[in-house]
Design a protein around this ligand. Structure first.
Ligand SMILES: *[C@@H]1O[C@H](CO)[C@@H](O)[C@H](O)[C@H]1NC(C)=O
Ligand SMILES: *[C@@H]1O[C@H](CO)[C@@H](O)[C@H](O)[C@H]1NC(C)=O
Ligand SMILES: *[C@@H]1O[C@H](CO)[C@@H](O)[C@H](O)[C@H]1NC(C)=O
Ligand SMILES: *[C@@H]1O[C@H](CO)[C@@H](O)[C@H](O)[C@H]1NC(C)=O
Ligand SMILES: *[C@@H]1O[C@H](CO)[C@@H](O)[C@H](O)[C@H]1NC(C)=O
Ligand SMILES: *[C@@H]1O[C@H](CO)[C@@H](O)[C@H](O)[C@H]1NC(C)=O
Ligand SMILES: *[C@@H]1O[C@H](CO)[C@@H](O)[C@H](O)[C@H]1NC(C)=O
Ligand SMILES: *[C@@H]1O[C@H](CO)[C@@H](O)[C@H](O)[C@H]1NC(C)=O
Ligand SMILES: [Zn+2]
Length: 424
């Protein structure tokens, strides 16, 4: 069975990988008024109780200022602030990336789209795993960590309504994570999002509707990021400076749009494909084996000069439970388990300069609160420190090729093949 899938994978270069956003969207289509009731118990463990919608006035009051949940975002006609910001971006976008085409594909699967992979003019990760644009004025992506023997700990696609067991577990372990939140989920489950901030997790953006960003117009891509940023700010009080594209789907056009919003792109080095469990014969054992592959990398010394950023999801009970089950194995195979901000020394990770985060030394010596940071001295995503950290991360390896070599480990492509097969 796997041989056939492997064959399929080699003909479908870079099929859909990353996140299972299509599942999320489908699950949410039937969601009615998300703010009908007023109940929330941060200690509840029962899924039905946790996922019963509630009324939260701070969000109910601003719903009309946001796009429709789970629909691809556009700038609202009434939103002059967003329009002004976009037209400012729009003035330079044409000359900078005007030659980058809007891509055509479905849910991260671009197998039918013609693109010159060898020349890779757009540094399009989906096709080539490119993370460093040739035009050095366009920000490079982060896909692994400058700190060796380190597991970059984070979750995509949250907040999931039923995340209390996972969050309680992390609180008990004094473990903080980087949460790549979907704007529509934040609006549906604001108190779950707030808990993440209150528990000390780092908040990043994972778009409004989990669309493949390179398929969107400039305005659409801007709106996906802008409104998620606004939603997180409205609910938690902070403005993230980091993001992750659904399916990893990013090219230079999208990098410039995100960069304008001061967002640093954080991709990954290893993928657990946890979201695929239950689809196309992907079993719990397959996901466990995918975790084991990351441990094997560490055992082989492959993380002795830099650290891993591992992709897994806060999407449902299975993905969250896998992380809880695997946590002792992560501890056994990696010296440090840290959120991205700490691994990168982003001591001021948000636009709000008074919001601080522990740097790597602080975090690994047990400190869970940020600071002290002298005024104006914190490091942010996109700051000089990030630049040097990113540079040292890439100099730790000889070429970009090694990333695709690692990603093309047979098991990983077997799964990419499953995803592609499913979507075709
Ligand atoms: C964006 O710029 C293009 C030209 O590059 C122009 O045609 C378009 O009207 C502009 N859109 C906005 C919203 O400013
Ligand atoms: C980006 O950050 C700079 C420096 O802090 C700030 O002046 C600018 O307003 C920010 N841009 C956006 C779109 O938030
Ligand atoms: C799942 O497994 C069954 C039995 O081996 C097989 O018939 C079927 O084609 C598989 N489905 C996919 C999508 O691989
Ligand atoms: C470690 O990295 C090398 C070089 O990229 C690779 O060939 C090898 O398969 C990796 N080891 C494991 C256990 O993944
Ligand atoms: C959140 O997780 C629960 C439990 O697995 C699941 O039933 C629900 O569909 C998930 N919600 C979303 C939006 O994915
Ligand atoms: C998953 O569901 C089981 C059964 O309801 C429950 O015991 C477990 O705590 C849940 N795990 C998570 C992470 O929510
Ligand atoms: C930062 O400043 C804002 C606005 O004054 C305030 O609401 C917030 O609580 C402050 N955060 C911290 C961590 O002090
Ligand atoms: C983070 O800061 C510490 C000093 O506090 C330094 O030793 C380490 O190299 C820095 N890491 C990065 C990635 O800049
Ligand atoms: Zn995702």
């Amino acid at each position: 069975m796997f041989a056939a899938l492997l064959l399929a994978a080699t003909t479908v270069s870079a099929g859909a990988i990353g996140c299972g956003g299509h599942h999320i969207g489908a699950r949410n289509l039937g969601m009615g008024n998300p703010h009908a009731k007023r109940e929330y118990d941060p200690k509840a463990l029962d899924v039905t109780a946790q996922c019963t919608s509630y009324n939260y006035p701070p969000v109910a009051d601003i719903l009309t200022q946001f796009p429709t949940n789970w629909a691809p975002a556009t700038i609202l006609p009434s939103d002059t602030a967003a329009q002004q910001l976009f037209s400012q971006l729009n003035q330079t976008l044409g000359q900078k990336v005007g030659n980058v085409q809007v891509k055509v594909g479905t849910q991260g699967d671009f197998s039918g789209y013609q693109y010159d992979n060898a020349a890779d003019p757009d540094c399009w990760w989906t096709k080539t795993r490119c993370t460093e644009p040739k035009d050095t004025t366009i920000p490079a992506d982060i896909w692994r960590l400058p700190e060796p023997n380190t597991w970059g700990f984070g979750f995509d696609d949250g907040p999931n309504c039923s995340h209390n067991a996972l969050y309680n577990f992390m609180a008990e372990k004094k473990q903080q994570a980087t949460m790549f939140f979907i704007g529509s989920n934040v609006m549906n489950w604001p108190l779950q999002a707030l808990r993440a901030k209150q528990d000390g997790h780092e908040l990043c953006i994972h778009t409004w509707s989990h669309s493949a960003m390179t398929t969107l117009t400039n305005e659409g891509a801007f709106a996906e990021l802008y409104y998620t940023r606004e939603a997180i700010k409205a609910v938690t009080g902070v403005t993230p400076k980091c993001w992750r594209p659904p399916y990893g789907d990013v090219d230079n056009r999208i990098r410039v749009i995100a960069g304008f919003l001061n967002l640093t792109n954080v991709l990954w080095s290893d993928d657990t494909f946890d979201w695929m469990e239950g689809t196309n014969n992907v079993t719990s054992e397959t996901v466990v084996a995918n975790y084991q592959k990351v441990f094997d990398q560490a055992k082989a010394g492959n993380y002795s000069t830099y650290g891993a950023i591992v992709l897994n999801h806060e999407i449902n009970n299975k993905t969250m439970q896998h992380m809880i089950d695997q946590y002792p194995n992560i501890e056994a195979n990696f010296k440090y388990i840290v959120p991205i901000a700490s691994a990168m020394n982003w001591t001021t990770p948000y636009a709000e300069a008074n919001e601080t985060y522990p740097d790597f030394n602080q975090y690994t010596s047990g400190q869970r609160e940020g600071g002290p940071v002298a005024s104006g001295e914190g490091n942010s995503p996109g700051s000089t420190m990030t630049g040097s950290a990113a540079a040292s991360a890439s100099s730790a390896d000889t070429s970009k090729k090694s990333s695709s070599t690692r990603n093309s480990a047979a098991g990983i492509f077997v799964l990419a093949g499953v995803a592609a097969a499913m979507l075709l």
